[in-house]
Design a protein around this ligand. Structure first.
Ligand SMILES: [Zn+2]
Length: 339
């Protein structure tokens, strides 16, 4: 495998030294959906030394159109995305240390999973999590790569705390840019996802290999259907930015969990217990097997009740499939999980 990186090393701005820097680098990707699978594939193959994959979700048939690491068997088994991705990526490059984290990123665990890396990478589809990333990134002085894609368009920027504007400088601190489309409402096509993720990786490679002068320092916008490629220079940090100037980390400090949240792409509601707890999946499987068809592994349990399906994770978090009403999801959780 000595030849593995030869073409990348031949690329002058990277070279041997850049390759060594990549091998020493630590990166976390939050969200292993469409963007995340492209991001992780490129970073693992490029030889980033350590990669942590954080994702709360399982693989479903509607993911296969664009989430390129997963296959039909993964969807049939309802495997956890982080775990399936880690396994496949490890087969592509055994030298990279890959860590799968099957959790929801919240104020409780954000520092644990984001603060010990060189770059934080956004593969999510929601601004709540992005503001958490921005808070941790600014607090610890870690650059982070923002990326979002729906329909046929997408946006990306590489934020460097105190060098460029941060997410709060750009969009304010209300935690929501409001009224934006989701892949739930307008769909998404694969090419725009691959382009946005590739633009993210290009900036990450520049940064990690020390090619800072090559960084775009821009908010880039692409629409592959309307043939639009726009780039707006990122301003310097705003002098009155509550986050990067006044160092108020509102998302981390708000400590809001939001007990339920509906997930992108289908009728699924996530329910979280009030405080994190450890569930014996084995004991739960035995209990639920009287009510429906149950399968479980070390990470999760799946139970099919007919019109409703339940996925329960070891930390007590559950996905209720087949409902779109959070009150109903909570009552089903109480009935089946009973905590
Ligand atoms: Zn700022």
């Amino acid at each position: 495998m000595d030849d593995r990186y030869s073409r990348q090393v031949l690329f002058r701005p990277i070279g041997r030294e850049g390759q060594q820097r990549l091998a020493a680098a630590r990166v976390v990707i939050v969200g292993m959906g469409a963007l995340g699978t492209v991001l992780a594939t490129q970073l693992v193959r490029a030889g980033v030394g350590f990669l942590r994959l954080v994702d709360r979700d399982i693989i479903e048939p509607s993911n296969l159109q664009r989430q390129t690491l997963y296959d039909e068997e993964d969807a049939e088994l309802g495997r956890a995305k982080a775990e399936a991705a880690a396994q496949k990526l490890q087969a592509a490059n055994r030298d990279v240390q890959i860590e799968a984290v099957i959790e929801d990123l919240t104020w409780r665990n954000a520092k644990k999973w984001l603060a010990d890396v060189d770059v934080i990478v956004d593969g999510t589809d929601n601004f709540q999590v992005r503001y958490l990333m921005n808070d941790v990134a600014v607090q610890y002085g870690i650059p982070w790569s923002y990326g979002g894609a729906v329909s046929s368009y997408g946006t990306t920027a590489f934020f460097r705390p105190l060098q460029t504007a941060c997410l709060t400088c750009l969009f304010g601190s209300d935690g929501d840019v409001g009224g934006h489309d989701t892949c739930d409402t307008v769909g998404v096509i694969a090419p725009v996802v691959a382009i946005i993720a590739s633009l993210q990786v290009a900036e990450i490679l520049k940064y990690l290999t020390g090619n800072l002068a090559a960084l775009s320092n821009a908010l880039m916008h692409v629409n592959v259907w309307d043939n639009e490629f726009r780039s707006v220079q990122l301003s310097p940090p705003k002098t009155d930015c509550p986050c990067c100037q006044l160092r108020q980390f509102q998302s981390l400090e708000a400590r809001t969990d939001g007990l339920t949240v509906s997930l992108c792409g289908r009728r699924t509601i996530q329910v979280r217990p009030e405080s994190s707890l450890q569930v014996s999946l084995e004991a739960m499987a035995e209990r639920l097997s009287r009510l429906g068809q149950v399968r479980h592994n070390a990470h999760l349990l799946r139970c099919d009740f007919g019109d409703v399906q339940l996925t329960l994770f070891a930390d007590g978090r559950a996905l209720i499939h087949g409902v779109d009403d959070s009150a109903k999801a909570r009552s089903l959780y109480a009935r089946y999980v009973g905590m």
